[in-house]
Design a protein around this ligand. Structure first.
Ligand SMILES: [Zn+2]
Ligand SMILES: [Zn+2]
Length: 348
C-alpha cells in the first residue's frame, strides 16, 4: 500500500518557535469531513502555546499537532454517513470538538463538553493544508463572505460577538474595552455597531491608533495615572455600563471592574491566571456583575453572520498583515511583538 500523500503543517514546539513541516493527508472516517484550508489566522491563544516552554508542551503531547484554530476553507472529502456538508461547500470549522452526545454538545455548546478535544492540543489545528474534523463542526460560510472574513469570524470576531452580547452595550450603555489586540479591536467595532460609546485601553500606541480607526471615542494608555477618572469622564460621569477585558492582565482586570458604574457588567475573555478581584470592594458595594465569555456557541453562528452583514461592519480592517504559511516563523515573531492587528495565512 502506498504511503499517504504529505501536506504542509505548521507545528509549535514552544520556546518562541514554530516549524513549517509536513504531515500525512488522511481520509475522512465515518461522520468526518476533510477541509482544504483557504485561510487561517494567528490568535492570542496560539501565542500562549508559542510562549510556553518546550518541555511543558512536549510533556502534554501538544507539539505533535498543527497549531491554530482559526480557519476557513472548502470541503474536499466527506466520510461515510455525512449528509452535510457536501464536497465543494464553503465552511468555517468550529475549533472545539465535543463528544457530540452530552447535554452541552446537544445544545451546540461544545465548549462546555467535559470530553472536548481542542484543535492544536488534542488533534491537528488549522495551520495545515487539509483539516479533518467531525462534519457537525462545519459552519456554513455564505458566498457574500470571502475567505478572509470567514477566517476572522471563525474565532476572533466570533469571540468579540459572544462577549458583546453579554454586555448589552447600546447607545445609552457606554463600553470600555481593555486590551486592543485583534479581539479587543473587534469588540470596539461591534460595540460601535450596537451604538455604544466605546473607550479603548492599551499600553501600546499603535494599537490605540487602530482602536480609534475602529471607532473608539477615545483610546487611553493603561499606564495613565488617572485611568479610571478618564474613563468615567469619557463615559459621562458615572463610569461605563460594561467593560470587557481581552488581555488577561491583572491590572487591566482590576481597572475593568473599577471603571464600572453601579450595577455595571464586566465580561472577561482574556485568559490569565492571577487572582485580581477583591470581592467586597469591587463586587458587593457596586452590585456589579462579573461574567466569563468563551468563544461563541455554534448556535450563535447565524446571528453573528447576520449582525456583521446587516451592520456592514468592516471587519477586514482588523487585518494588518498577510503571510504564506511557509513564512510562519516571521509571522509569529511579528505577532509576539503585540503591535500588529490581525495576521492571516493565505493557503489558497
Ligand atoms: Zn482564536
Ligand atoms: Zn459533549
Amino acid at each position: 500500500m502506498a504511503a499517504p500523500p504529505q501536506m504542509t503543517c505548521v507545528r509549535c514546539p514552544g520556546d518562541l518557535r514554530v516549524e513549517v513541516g509536513s504531515a500525512a493527508v488522511d481520509e475522512p472516517g465515518p461522520g468526518e469531513m476533510r477541509v482544504r484550508t483557504m485561510m487561517s489566522a494567528i490568535c492570542g491563544s496560539d501565542l500562549h502555546h508559542y510562549r510556553t516552554p518546550a518541555a511543558t508542551r512536549d510533556a502534554n503531547g501538544f507539539s505533535q499537532w498543527a497549531l491554530g484554530h482559526e480557519n476557513t476553507g472548502i470541503v474536499d472529502a466527506v466520510g461515510p454517513g455525512v449528509g452535510y456538508p457536501a464536497v465543494g461547500d464553503r465552511v468555517v470549522v468550529y475549533g472545539i470538538v465535543g463528544c457530540g452526545h452530552c447535554v452541552h454538545c446537544r445544545r451546540g455548546e461544545d465548549v462546555f463538553c467535559a470530553d472536548a478535544e481542542h484543535f492544536s492540543r488534542h488533534r491537528h489545528g488549522t495551520n495545515i493544508a487539509y483539516l479533518l474534523a467531525p462534519a457537525r463542526n462545519a459552519l456554513p460560510l455564505p458566498d457574500d463572505f470571502d475567505w478572509e472574513i470567514g477566517a476572522l469570524l471563525s474565532c476572533n470576531v466570533g469571540t468579540a460577538y459572544g462577549a458583546l452580547r453579554k454586555t448589552k452595550a447600546s447607545g445609552d450603555r457606554p463600553l470600555a474595552v481593555f486590551g486592543l489586540g485583534p479581539v479587543g479591536l473587534a469588540c470596539v467595532m461591534l460595540g460601535r455597531a450596537r451604538g455604544a460609546t466605546v473607550i479603548g485601553v492599551d499600553p501600546v500606541a499603535e494599537r490605540r491608533a487602530l482602536a480609534l480607526e475602529c471607532g473608539a471615542q477615545v483610546a487611553l494608555d493603561s499606564s495613565d495615572h488617572d485611568l479610571i477618572g478618564r474613563i468615567v469622564e469619557a463615559a459621562g460621569g458615572e463610569g461605563v455600563a460594561a467593560s470587557i477585558d481581552t488581555s488577561g492582565h491583572p491590572a487591566a482586570r482590576a481597572a475593568a471592574v473599577d471603571a464600572l458604574r453601579i450595577q455595571g457588567t464586566y465580561v472577561e475573555v482574556g485568559v490569565g491566571h492571577d487572582p485580581t478581584i477583591a470581592p467586597s470592594q469591587q463586587i458587593i458595594f457596586g452590585e456589579v456583575t462579573l461574567r466569563g465569555s468563551w468563544l461563541y456557541k455554534r448556535h450563535e453562528w447565524e446571528g453573528l453572520l447576520d449582525f456583521v452583514r446587516r451592520r456592514r461592519i468592516p471587519i477586514k480592517s482588523l487585518i494588518t498583515h498577510r503571510f504564506r504559511p511557509e513564512d510562519a516563523v516571521e509571522a509569529f515573531e511579528l505577532a509576539d511583538g503585540a503591535t500588529a492587528g490581525k495576521i492571516l495565512f493565505d493557503w489558497s
